[in-house]
Design a protein around this ligand. Structure first.
Ligand SMILES: [Zn+2]
Ligand SMILES: [Zn+2]
Length: 198
């Protein structure tokens, strides 16, 4: 082991961070971080878990307000990461939908996703761990796509298709169509330029 003689230059903030909100399985965090890193080709930081902000709990619905969570993440995490994806096992909703798999700011600093409903199979039995994790990755990629300004897509089985239920989620593939990929890399390039000059 050699000791560094000089301190490394001050770390710039990360580009993309994955933040567990509450206790989240390591396999979930790992596959999300690895997949985003592989598809976006940028480094992904895995942050220490923190509790869901209590004010985002909607008692009357027994769910957490996804909009309030992304607002919280934008206010509290954008100083150390360019984009932050929160992951929770709790059920999410927003004021107009009974539940959401995830929510993101278009071209914004934060997104949140929940895997609460992603275990559910067609029968009483949950889906396989493999299928569950596949769904998790699709939701993560979709929401992060929105933070890079990707709108909903209607091409084939592109992951940026809107999915309001598990069937629609299962119908999509864990991939970006050519158009979305091009759009994403343009947006990523712009973001990297801003990031480098920050
Ligand atoms: Zn969407
Ligand atoms: Zn697409």
């Amino acid at each position: 082991m050699t000791k560094r003689k000089t301190q490394p230059p001050a770390e710039k903030k990360g580009l993309l961070s994955v933040l567990p909100l509450g206790s989240v399985g390591q396999d979930i965090l790992r596959i999300v971080a690895d997949s985003l890193q592989g598809i976006l080709r940028i480094p992904v930081d895995l942050l220490e878990a923190e509790p869901l902000p209590p004010h985002t709990f909607m008692e009357a619905r027994n769910q957490y307000n996804a909009m309030a969570i992304i607002r919280f993440l934008s206010e509290n995490h954008s100083h150390n990461s360019f984009k932050t994806l929160g992951i929770t096992g709790k059920d999410l909703c927003n004021p107009i939908l009974t539940y959401v798999f995830g929510e993101a700011y278009m071209n914004g600093p934060s997104a949140v996703m929940s895997y609460h409903r992603l275990h559910q199979g067609q029968t009483e039995d949950p889906v396989s761990r493999e299928q569950f994790l596949d769904r998790v990755v699709k939701v993560a990629l979709h929401e992060i796509g929105h933070t890079f300004n990707l709108p909903h897509c209607h091409t084939g089985r592109c992951v940026m298709r809107a999915s309001n239920n598990l069937k629609e989620l299962d119908d999509k593939l864990n991939y970006l169509c050519d158009y979305c990929e091009l759009f994403l890399f343009e947006s990523l390039k712009k973001a990297l330029d801003v990031h480098r000059n920050a």
